[in-house]
Design a protein around this ligand. Structure first.
Ligand code: ROI
Length: 169
């Protein structure tokens, strides 16, 4: 039996009722094989990073413990994206709106760079919509190769991220 590895998943949506999409994705992560859901952040709202002519995003981060290897976990995440109706855009439409985005942010302390998967996720240190929820559920986490979370967040460029007022949904 392999030892479960703690991993962090970034969840994002700005189409087709994003709050519902993100909540459903957090539940779905708990249902992945050989995987346990440890913690979920609050939901956060942020303006789009990338082209501005798209709706605001809802983001969250989940902590899981998984016996899947990183590539198998990535495949499972892509299956969930597809099940939610995500269509991978051709290259020209990079950074366009999406129904569901599941990013493998961290897999234990693993650092790797392959054609399919870079860990830690590139951009993790410059995105408030990842750092804020991560700080909420894992304040003491160290990202291999990067400064402490709090410091990264202070230096973070826009867009900012704020907690969603759950009462208004
Ligand atoms: N912008 C925000 N605010 N949140 C996201 O999750 C997000 N995801 C993306 C791009 C298009 C880069 N912009 C985003 O993939």
């Amino acid at each position: 039996m392999t030892q479960p590895i703690p991993a962090y998943i970034g969840v994002g949506s700005n189409l087709a009722d994003p709050v519902r999409q993100v909540r459903a994705a957090l539940v779905a992560l708990g249902g992945l094989k050989q995987t346990r859901l440890l913690r979920c952040s609050s939901l956060y709202v942020s303006a789009p990073l990338g082209p501005a002519e798209q709706p605001d995003y809802i983001n969250a981060v989940a902590a899981i413990a998984t016996e899947l290897d990183p590539e198998a976990l990535l495949t499972q995440l892509q299956d969930l994206e597809r099940a939610a109706g995500r269509i991978r855009a051709p290259d020209g439409l990079r950074w366009g709106p999406r129904v569901l985005d599941l990013d493998l942010l961290l897999y234990g302390m693993l650092r790797q760079r392959s054609a399919t998967l870079t860990l830690p996720h590139p951009g993790i240190g410059q995105r408030a919509f990842v750092l804020r929820p991560l700080l909420e559920i894992a304040p003491d986490l160290t990202i291999p190769g990067l400064s402490p979370l709090e410091q990264l967040l202070q230096q973070c460029p826009p867009p900012a991220a704020r907690v969603l007022d759950e009462d208004s949904h």
